[in-house]
Design a protein around this ligand. Structure first.
Ligand SMILES: *Cc1c(COP(=O)(O)O)cnc(C)c1O
Length: 365
């Protein structure tokens, strides 16, 4: 049996008619960018997350750097971020000229609040919280620290649509929540897409201005902005998928539970769930000291897996200039050597999953 690391066709087929009806409606409307579909999706998504506003953008990386730009964070400023983040999280900080300051993750793969205060300096402006793999970080602790030190909080929710901390959705705690709707995300579109969620009306206007060449009124440009818009087709398709978010999350939780109950192998550590976190399992990430052998063994059985992520940001070539040596962030470095994401996708069948579980349980390394 062949089980790929991920697949998107089945989730499309599950609601094919509605997707096709929505796409055709936009094609026939004669209006393709910055119209009613976007305005309607923005209202729905803000309501869903529980913020006053949502602004649709071109992708998740844009959501991050535009968020920091709108918050006035740039050269000379420091932003605290976890050391095992995805590279785009860090780029969201550095595109504006700000400096990332890394804090090691806890056993949940998330920013460890206990490590934050040691890293705060007079230049620290914000904390970037990444709800990695679909699990919410401890937002109670993070917001407490931010409040005490007068720091802004940006949430990277690219992997955490519908994830909650103490029952409240991620993207509603900090000053800005940043989302990606890349096709493989839990709320995925059919191309690139992103958004920010926020409450402050002035910040909302600022993000809207930045995404549209720095202008609110056509051809009157108050600042140097960019072009980053969620187009009408994506907005219409995302609105269809948003209606099924409960179903999407529930299916992923069931699949994750099957893995958690089914995988029994001393060479494999299962992911831990933090009390208070409503996990949405964007990735099901196991750890193994024999990770590379395990990945090769699974590949031989035609089971696809992905390493999220093989190189921590501070060791990637892009960030040579930060001059952080190997060994400086040992927790993240060890994770990069041990993590492996198992297949988990909408429409995954029981027999596919059992095949993966049996293979894992038969691994001796
Ligand atoms: C996918 C992702 C991004 C970037 O989103 P794009 O839409 O691909 O630009 C940022 N942060 C995290 C945690 C992601 O998973």
């Amino acid at each position: 049996m062949k089980v790929p690391a991920g697949r998107l066709d089945r989730a499309y087929e599950a609601h094919r008619e509605e997707f096709e009806t929505a796409a055709l409606r936009v094609l026939r409307s004669g209006w393709y960018v910055m119209g009613e579909e976007l305005a309607s999706f923005e209202r729905q998504y803000a309501d869903y997350i529980g913020t006053k506003s949502c602004v649709g953008l071109g992708n998740g990386l844009d959501a991050l750097w535009i968020a920091f730009k709108a918050l006035g964070i740039g050269a000379g400023d420091e932003v605290i971020v976890q050391s095992n983040a995805f590279i785009a999280c860090v780029m969201g900080v550095t595109i504006n000229g700000a400096t990332p300051v890394f804090v090691e993750p806890n056993e949940y793969f998330l920013l460890d609040p206990a490590g934050i205060e040691d890293q705060i300096t007079s230049r620290t402006k914000a904390i970037l919280v990444v709800h990695l793999y679909g699990q919410a970080a401890d937002m109670g602790a993070v917001m407490d620290i931010a409040k005490r030190h007068g720091l802004l909080v940006v949430e990277d929710c690219a992997q955490s649509h519908d994830a909650t901390w103490n029952g409240v959705r991620t993207g509603s705690f900090g000053d800005i929540g940043c989302f990606s709707f890349y096709p493989s995300k839990n709320l995925g579109g059919f191309g690139d897409g992103g958004a920010v969620t926020l409450n402050d009306p002035a910040l909302n206007e600022k993000v809207r201005t930045i995404r549209n060449y720095g202008s609110q009124k056509r051809y009157y440009n108050e600042m140097v902005g960019t072009n980053s818009r969620l187009d009408e087709i994506q907005a219409a398709l995302l609105a269809v998928r948003l209606q099924y978010m409960d179903e999407i999350t529930q299916e992923r939780r069931t699949l994750a539970e099957n893995y958690r109950n089914g995988i029994i192998n001393p060479a494999i550590a299962l992911p831990a769930v933090c009390p208070g976190a409503g996990h949405v399992w964007h990735q099901f990430v196991i750890r193994s000291k024999k990770r590379d052998a395990l990945k090769a063994y699974l590949a031989e059985k035609e089971i696809g897996t992905i390493i999220h992520y093989p190189i921590p940001p501070h060791l990637s070539q892009a960030y040579d200039y930060l001059n952080i040596p190997k060994g400086a962030l040992p927790v993240a470095e060890r994770m990069a050597d041990e993590v492996l994401s198992l297949p988990l996708y909408g429409g995954m069948t029981n027999s596919e999953q059992q095949y993966v579980i049996d293979a894992l349980n038969g691994f001796h390394g």
